[in-house]
Design a protein around this ligand. Structure first.
Ligand code: MG
Ligand code: ZN
Length: 166
């Protein structure tokens, strides 16, 4: 028996896009984002974040910083009695400054490595899953592996948007 997931892009979809966000004090949910997470889980979907974090490769922040922010997101979601089930991020960039993360990887969107990793971890049916993001590359990384993808306009309400599909 397979599970199904809603994959969410992070910056510009779940939270207000502030270039290379990593500080907790700068984190701000987009309108309807916590409610959208709660809603899709109530419909039987795992809520999974799929995000490019090339700031790691660029030396702007660390993997620990990313993990700390993600822990904060779930802490914040306790007030809504919900949570994100999994966080997957790509720390790489082909032109980074940190050698360890400077590579042309298979997980930076529009490549689909993160979705495939999550699918293996959660035993997901890709055909029953869906990805929401504010960039074309979010839609592409989904469609490349048979996941429906829908483009979110960050000025919209995420709960309202998600309810059109889920
Ligand atoms: Mg985005
Ligand atoms: Zn990567």
């Amino acid at each position: 028996m397979c599970n199904k997931a809603v994959f969410f892009d992070r910056d510009g979809t779940l939270n207000v896009d502030k270039d290379y966000l990593y500080k907790i004090e700068d984190f701000e949910w987009t309108t309807g984002a916590p409610e959208a997470i709660k809603y899709v889980r109530s419909k039987g979907y795992k809520a999974i974040v799929i995000t490019n974090q090339s700031g790691v490769a660029r030396g702007m922040y660390t993997v620990d910083d990313v993990n700390r922010l993600h822990a904060y997101m779930n802490e914040s979601l306790k007030a809504y009695d919900t949570q994100i089930d999994g966080f997957y991020f790509c720390p790489h960039h082909p032109k980074g400054s940190v050698p360890e993360f400077t590579t042309d990887c298979d997980c930076r969107k529009p490549k689909s490595g993160l979705i495939l990793e999550a699918a293996a971890d959660f035993n997901l049916s890709l055909a029953e899953s869906i990805m929401f993001g504010d960039r074309e590359r979010d839609v592409l990384c989904a469609q490349n592996v048979g996941v429906r993808g829908a483009l979110f306009d960050p000025t919209d309400d995420l709960l309202r948007f998600v309810r059109q599909y889920v």
